[in-house]
Design a protein. Structure first.
Length: 267
């Protein structure tokens, strides 16, 4: 399993993992083949219909939620924050470089805060939750998103098989699990420390691809953690390409079960 320190190392996150939106975009692109399609930005916007005041997207990445919220909720000022300056370069302002454990915002100054698929990257998750609760007004809300522990299990299995083939020794390769630190299963416990009401909205889906490239690009997008896998990263990605190609030749489709969800938190 990927070491927690690697999943939360700020230099790794700000430079190699999210120094640009290339790797994040590759992971987002896999959902083009999702059924049913879950439009997370639209779901988030729907939750904000009664919110007053500023909305803060913490860990906004390439601005997918920021831009959509500005379109669908034009009455709100939407501020994007991220620890990675490079990935913010393409996001229209207002944006700022900031750490979720030390938010540069006054207490109660936001109507809502988003933390979408990012809290598993935070070294001190309870402190991050405290900060999100601090900056949101008493009648505001926090929306977080993450994945379940068995999300995309087929890709985990694919990586395991490809890595075993590359190692060629029967050795059990290192499993990769960045998101387990803050999953749909354990997230309510973290969030419930500061919020009296935590609603989990599960969004199961299936990704079905007919070409290996979306899967290969997804696996390759974790290159920032290549040193954690104890296998030659590029060779393993290429072996995975071969395995998916062979699967498609036999079955015509490669399916991946997705177990994502959002958590809506109120006091």
């Amino acid at each position: 399993m990927t070491e927690p320190a690697a999943a939360t190392d700020r230099t790794r996150l700000a430079e190699s993992a999210y120094g640009s939106d290339r790797h994040l975009a590759a992971r987002q692109a896999l959902y083009r083949w999702q059924t049913p399609r879950h439009d997370l930005p639209a779901i988030a916007a729907g939750q904000l219909r009664d919110v007053r005041g500023r909305v803060v997207d913490v860990g906004c990445g390439n601005g997918r939620f920021v831009q959509r919220l500005r379109e669908e909720r034009p009455a709100h000022t939407v501020l994007g924050l991220d620890i990675a300056p490079g990935i913010l370069a393409g996001v229209p302002g207002p944006v700022a470089v900031a750490d979720v454990t030390r938010l540069p915002l006054a207490s109660g100054s936001a109507g809502a805060a988003l933390a979408m698929h990012m809290l598993y990257h935070v070294p001190d998750i309870p402190q991050a939750v405290r900060e999100l609760a601090r900056v949101v007004a008493p009648d505001g809300l926090v929306i977080a998103s993450t994945n379940g522990e068995r999300d995309k299990a087929e890709l985990d299995d694919l990586w395991q098989r490809a890595a075993s083939d590359v190692l060629g020794t029967g050795q059990e390769p290192v499993r990769f699990s960045i998101g387990a630190r803050f999953s749909l299963e354990n997230a309510p416990g973290f969030l419930g420390e500061r919020f009296g009401r935590v609603e989990t909205i599960e969004l199961p889906s299936t990704v079905a691809v007919h070409d290996p490239e979306p899967v290969v690009a997804y696996l390759a997008s974790y290159r920032a953690w290549a040193d954690q896998y104890d296998v030659p990263f590029d060779e393993t990605v290429e072996r995975a390409r071969t395995l998916v190609t062979e699967h498609l030749a036999r079955h015509g489709v490669f399916e991946v079960g997705c177990r994502a969800g959002i958590l809506v938190c109120r006091r």
